[in-house]
Structure formats: structure tokens, C-alpha cells
Design a protein around this ligand. Sequence first.
Ligand code: ADP
Ligand code: MG
Ligand code: MG
Length: 255
Amino acid sequence: SELLKISGLHASIDADGAPKEILRGVDLVIPPGEVHAIMGPNGCGKSTLSYVLAGRQDYEVTAGSVLFKGEDLLAMEPEERAAAGIFLAFQAPVELPGVNNANFLRTAVNAVRRARNAPELDAVGFLKAVRAATKNLSMADDMLKRNVNVGFSGGEKKRNEVLQMTMLQPTLAILDETDSGLDVDALRIVAEGVQNLRSPDFSALVITHHQKLLDYLGPDRVHVMAKGRIIRSGGPELARQINEEGYAAFLREAA
Ligand code: ADP
Ligand code: MG
Ligand code: MG
């Protein structure tokens, strides 16, 4: 069975009034409980794929389909996708001055719980859950009292993002780490966050070129993307091959 099934997905972005096709027939299947990685040269469409899955407005899907738990993901609003269990970690987390981090998180968690017909968490219940999560992530409690991401260091933003993921309990987490220049500590935070959630009800799609992150995660499958398509899929050895040999051989083969 499949959690996510992407078939022949084409998507364009409006570039100064003219549509520019970026995804050119993506095929990808993620079964429940698996961690998949996508690697690919800069500009091949990795971030675009994650934005299209999360439902960002700037992109137009021109062909293909995406089924999530058997349902038409592309017909859902972004909030419905989140409620259905999709989590997208942003490359550049937004700072929200004046918005308390704990309140923000509780609102997000309860929106998802409402949509899943689960009882909302009251202040006490939420605090209990979030304290357990922050402890697990070695996060200082005072980060909950601060404004969302305001003045957070890179590592703190990463921890906060992993905290959001942990609290929202997604069925599919999409982590786009490609251009974020993560240091070793941040990689470990992300890796531990994902590993803590690992279960038959949790899958992840990790976009990365960091061999170290993949070493931590031990992905079930690695996909190589080029020019808006998945051109090759394999096991973790594919990532090692790319890190040793680069993309040239794959690109020649695909051409
Ligand atoms: P990746 O994440 O693999 O580096 P992206 O999905 O970010 O690639 O970008 C894919 C392609 O789409 C690139 O050629 C990029 O320049 C182009 N692109 C992305 N956003 C826009 C935009 N707003 N207008 C025009 N082109 C864009
Ligand atoms: Mg890029
Ligand atoms: Mg990118």
C-alpha cells in the first residue's frame, strides 16, 4: 500500500507573466513508515516539489496526480493537507514578532486536532505535552516564552521546527534542508527529531545533499532528481555514490 503516490506530476511557476515549467513528470511512491531522501543538483526542482505537496499558491499543477492516503491531495487546501497529516519544514523559518511561541504552537496543534476530530488540548494538557517534547529535544523551556523564531539562533530555529513537527505528529514530514547550510549540530537535531518519530504511522521525505544526515537517518530509499523528474531510485548506496562521483554520470544516463 502507499501513503503518497505522485504520478506524472507537472508544475509551473509564473515567471514575470510567463509560465515556467519546473516539474516535468515526477513519479514517486512512499509507503507508510518509510524515510525517503531526494537528492539532486541545484535548481532541479526539489524545493518546488515540496511546495507543491504542501499546497503553496505560487505554483500551477498542469498535469499528473498526487494521492495521499488514497485521496486527491491537490484538491485540498493547505490547512486540510496539514490536518490530513502533512508537515512541511521551511528552509527559512518565519519570525513572528509579538507572537508567543507556545501559543502559536498550541493553536497549530489544536487546529490539526480539531480537523482530526481529536479533543483539543487545554493549557495544562498542552504544557505537559510540550514540556515532554522540549525535554526530549534538549530545548530550553524559555524558548516557549519567546516570540516565534525572533532572535533564535540557527540551531534554535532548527530545534523549534523539529518541536513543531513533533507536536503536530504528521504522517508525512517533508524536510527541505538543501540550501540551509546546516552545521553538524543542526543535522543531528533534525536527524534525532525524525528518528524519534519513526513508526509505522510516520514517513518522511528528506531533501538533502548532506551525507551525514543520511548516515544518521538510514533512508529506506534514495531518489535522484534532475530537470524536474526523478531519474533514478535506489538504496542508501545511491547517496554514497553521488557523494563520491557527483551527478554527472546520472545526468548523462538520463539524457
Ligand atoms: P532546487 O530546490 O532543486 O534547488 P527549486 O525548486 O528551488 O530547485 O527551483 C527549480 C527551478 O525553478 C530553478 O531553475 C529556479 O530558478 C526556478 N524558480 C524557482 N522559483 C522561481 C520563481 N519564482 N520564478 C522563476 N523561476 C523560479
Ligand atoms: Mg536551490
Ligand atoms: Mg531547494
